[in-house]
Design a protein around this ligand. Structure first.
Ligand SMILES: Cc1cc2nc3c(=O)[nH]c(=O)nc-3n(C[C@H](O)[C@H](O)[C@H](O)COP(=O)(O)OP(=O)(O)OC[C@H]3O[C@@H](n4cnc5c(N)ncnc54)[C@H](O)[C@@H]3O)c2cc1C
Length: 529
């Protein structure tokens, strides 16, 4: 059978998305058969490959899972599930060993101990890193090699899921189509267990650090199938994306501030000293808002690494140094212009502690999910940890349910057509309706929100759905995700973590709980605007 026939049976499990969460889950399922769908060749198009800081893990002397969970809880502004956070932190060491076993060359000292970085709101050095700021790239390279050498894993590249398929009250797979072929009839790929690992939604915003394909498709698809969505209003804006005219905006990792880099405006004022006792190492949302306000007031904001790092930046942070070089900036002698950018989604498809969603047959992991770990604001470098911990838990859960299958049909990869792939990417960038949606999100559902801005956003998103000429299912997945973020943000009449309401600037104890919404409920909120 080829992919052009309209039904394909995935033996065993089907994993939608090939970032860290998807690939880790696939490896943990081995030798059980699994099919992994990736829109692009493995490694491309995933936020995981772009991670710079590393993986948070309480593996240092004197550190503990409890201390890690406590920091997670404080950053999460009162709505972290503490027990869950403790259990995730407790599994970190084992998952790091898995990554090392599969070839990740973590930075270690001469005694073989991990070199640990400090990032904002961690009380100790706790971030396991690789080649300075190359964690994502190196971890993914190691896993991709392992995946390619694992006979039970079938990779299908060049294909994107547009809908979940359901029958008899459960998810039975996905409808998918060739990337760049928007009008092709989707293929049904059936599976006994479906794992959604298709990433977050940063790319729904005009200013983002996320790859272009990461635009809320996973949450939109699941919500359209009836899944319960949690905490969708909580979007984390990274304070220091580089303002160098690129989309997506390259990231200047927080670890630079951990090393002593400071934020100044174009008047030379180190404004964070007046904002928070921890200055540049204050929680991310506070730094992002401070930068946002400077920019709103007409100032420019710069990250100054000159004194803290000087020319050491070239070796210690090669990724950032390279981004600077591409933008014509020498960070040893020049300051880096920065801006807040949509970076991480704390919310997503609601799952339990085994990664099960509210829909039978559907598991969700990685940034697409909401496990309750991050609360209202993610602690730096907790997301790669969550991706591997839940990738492993889901594999275990599915293994308990699914009998091992003996053999797999042959490899069914679609040849990657470079030209067509590039064309699809250009289309994604330029498509007017997509760009309009992204500007609505940045302008009205961004770093600061209000009742007025959120109602405007909901009305404008509805208008887009009604008037956009080509409302594909893929586009609907984006508008649905955008609606869920704005509707939940409208309902939460307080400020907490990544969600800041200029009309309700304080925390309200009444809201000390997760938001849960179905798409039907979100549409009701929208239609009342
Ligand atoms: C620049 C940057 C730096 C970061 N640094 C760190 C860090 O240092 N530490 C940390 O913990 N976190 C970091 N994060 C966050 C972290 O990288 C992500 O949260 C995490 O990698 C998400 O993993 P994932 O597997 O869920 O999603 P992703 O890695 O984004 O993978 C999603 C996969 O799904 C695919 N996909 C998307 N839509 C579809 C579809 N419709 N059908 C099929 N497949 C689809 C994508 O192509 C991709 O393969 C960073 C994020 C960014 C953007």
């Amino acid at each position: 059978m080829t992919i052009y026939d309209n039904v394909l049976n995935a033996e065993g499990a089907l994993i939608v998305g090939a970032g860290l969460a998807g690939l880790f889950c696939a490896l943990k399922l081995a030798p059980r058969p699994v099919t992994v769908l990736s829109p692009k060749p493995l490694g491309l198009g995933a936020s995981s490959s772009w991670a710079q800081g590393g993986v948070a893990a309480a593996v240092g002397q004197g550190d503990s899972a409890e201390a890690h969970a406590r920091d997670t809880d404080i950053a999460g502004a009162g709505i972290v599930d503490f027990e869950l956070a403790e259990s995730v932190a407790a599994e970190a060491a084992e998952r790091i060993e898995d990554l090392a076993k599969w070839g990740t060359p973590f930075d270690r000292d001469e005694k073989g101990q991990f070199i640990l970085s400090k990032e904002a709101a961690h009380s100790v050095n706790r971030v396991v890193r690789v080649s300075g700021d190359r964690a994502g790239r190196e971890i993914m390279a190691a896993l991709i090699e392992e995946v390619r050498n694992t006979p039970s894993i079938r990779i299908v590249e060049g294909i994107t899921a547009v809908d979940l398929a359901r029958a008899d009250g459960r998810v039975i797979g996905v409808y998918a189509r060739k990337l760049g072929d928007r009008y092709a009839e989707p293929v049904l790929i059936r599976a006994r267990a479906t794992v959604l690992a298709a990433g977050g939604l940063g790319g729904l915003y005009a200013v983002t650090t996320n790859p272009p394909g990461v635009r809320g498709h996973a949450m939109g698809m699941a919500a359209r199938a009836g899944a319960l969505i949690a905490d969708s209003e909580f979007v984390q804006f990274h304070p220091t994306a580089m303002a160098v005219g690129q989309d997506p905006a390259p990231l200047a990792t927080e670890a630079l501030r951990g090393e002593g880099a400071i934020l100044v405006n174009d008047l030379g004022d180190r404004f964070m000293l007046d904002v928070h006792k921890d200055a540049e190492l204050a929680p991310r949302d506070i730094v992002a808002r401070a930068n946002f306000r400077q920019i709103q007031e007409g100032r420019k904001v710069f990250l100054d690494t000159r004194e803290a790092l000087g020319s050491r930046i070239y070796d210690a942070f090669p990724t950032v140094a390279n981004y600077c070089k591409e933008a014509g900036i020498d960070p040893a002698v020049e300051m880096i212009p920065v801006t807040p950018a949509a970076h991480f989604h704390m919310g997503g498809v609601k799952v339990d502690d085994r990664g099960r969603s509210s829909l039978a047959g559907l598991w969700v992991c990685g940034e697409a999910s909401c496990t309750g770990l991050h609360g209202a604001n993610r602690l730096a470098s907790n997301s790669l940890l969550e991706a591997v911990v839940f990738g492993a838990r889901i594999a275990e859960d599915i293994s308990g349910l699914e009998p091992i299958n003996k053999s797999l049909p042959p490899y069914l990869g679609i040849e990657w057509d470079e030209e067509k792939g590039e064309e699809a990417e250009r289309m994604l960038r330029n498509l007017t309706a997509v760009q309009q949606l992204r500007h609505i999100m940045t302008n009205y559902v961004g770093v600061e929100r209000s009742e007025e801005s959120l109602k405007t956003a909901l009305r404008k998103i509805r208008e887009l759905e009604e008037t956009a000429r080509d409302v594909t299912r893929s586009y609907l997945n984006m508008t649905v995700s955008a609606t869920l973020v704005a509707a939940a943000a409208l309902q939460r009449t307080e400020s907490r973590g990544g969600h800041y309401r200029s009309d309700y600037p304080e925390k309200n104890p009444k809201f000390r709980d997760h938001t849960t919404l179905t798409l039907t409920e979100a549409l009701k909120i929208r239609d009342a605007c």
